[in-house]
Design a protein around this ligand. Structure first.
Ligand code: NAD
Ligand code: MG
Length: 311
């Protein structure tokens, strides 16, 4: 289904908003998917089927009114779904992404602006410390503060044999997923007031690692434990820290090397719901954790896995 479709037909249900009652089993595309390949980081707009990031369906209700949100990986996938929802909930949004993702990113800029909010696009490579500092500097220059820091950017490249896993890749995965998180949080904190919150993105891979993700899976465990330590450190300052742990989601990362090519057609079929999640199905989780109403929620992990068990 194309994201431009004004309404989505689901087994006789016309989905008009994220609140439309529906059966989760067949609410979205089920495997098998067409074979496809892109070079990393990939573009959402070139995927088949195109992921649903809530473009046509997410309706806000002022839950993040006048907040300033920084979202990394905001051009596509889970980060795009969070960025769209944040804007429709009333936040201005700073979008971080890689320079090669400009086309995807500009679509999100347009969606944020269509929601009546300000968008600031800051391309850069967050595996480099300087890019994290620049992201925070530009956000603060434009908006004066950061109220929500959603760290969604991540690198995942499947390699089936440790003999083929290069030191360069191992290093790059850790620098993007773990060092980048440390750098952006450290830079942002002086600009966050009590009530602000940080949301990090782990994975079911922290608990059920795939044999081909020897570098990626441990970065997701590190994100979990970093976030839980940070939540305790920042609680007295009134800044909340929470983790989202997704299961299989239909995003560019998976079709640009995150899964081996032979695994892509059946992607998500192993979940009890027998399909991958769509990024739109995570939007509410990122909103819930950012919203002031969640003032007692810190140090938590919300797993959204289509039923795959997590601790
Ligand atoms: P995605 O490819 O749409 O988003 C990942 C984004 O990370 C990219 O768009 C890119 O902008 C950003 N990124 C990657 N390397 C970067 C770098 N060096 N500098 C700056 N930005 C960089 O895929 P997604 O699945 O939406 O991924 C979002 C997050 O969700 C990642 O942290 C991923 O590990 C996590 N996750 C995804 C799944 C899944 O099945 N898709 C499952 C669990 C966790
Ligand atoms: Mg992308």
């Amino acid at each position: 289904m194309r994201p431009t479709d004004p309404r989505r037909r689901l087994q006789g249900v016309t989905k008009t908003t994220q609140n439309t009652f529906r059966n989760p089993v067949d609410a979205y595309a089920q495997p098998s998917f067409p074979e496809q390949d892109q070079s990393a980081p990939g573009l959402a707009q070139d995927m088949s089927p195109t992921p649903d990031h809530g473009e046509d369906t997410y309706v806000g209700s002022g839950r993040l009114a006048d907040l300033v949100a920084v979202v990394t990986g905001a051009d596509s996938g889970i980060g795009r779904a969070a960025a769209i929802a944040y804007a429709r909930e009333g936040a201005d949004v700073v979008l971080s992404y890689l320079p090669s993702e400009e086309e995807d990113a500009q679509q999100v800029v347009a969606l944020v602006e269509a929601a009546g909010r300000k968008a600031l696009a800051v391309p850069g490579d967050l595996s480099q410390e300087a890019a994290n500092l620049e992201l925070v500097d530009k956000a603060v220059e434009a908006f004066g503060r950061i109220d929500v820091l959603a760290v969604v950017a991540g690198k995942q490249t499947a390699v089936e044999d440790i003999a083929d896993l290069t030191t360069e890749q191992f290093d790059e995965t850790f620098r993007t997923n773990v060092h980048g998180l440390f750098w952006v949080v450290k830079a942002a904190l002086p600009h966050m007031r009590p009530g602000a919150s940080i949301i990090t993105t782990s994975s079911v891979q922290a608990y059920q690692p795939s044999p081909s993700l020897l570098d990626y899976a441990p970065t997701k465990s590190a994100i979990n434990t970093f976030s839980k330590a940070l939540a305790q450190q920042l609680a007295p300052k009134g800044i909340r820290v929470n983790v989202v742990a997704p299961g299989p989601f239909w995003t560019a990362l998976q079709v640009s090397g995150g899964q081996p090519p032979q695994a892509r057609p059946e992607f998500g079929g192993q979940a009890p719901l027998a399909r991958p999640g769509q990024p739109a199905e995570l939007a509410a989780t990122y909103v819930h954790l950012a919203a002031p109403e969640s003032s007692y929620t810190t140090g938590a992990t919300i797993s959204v896995t289509g039923g795959m068990p997590t601790p």
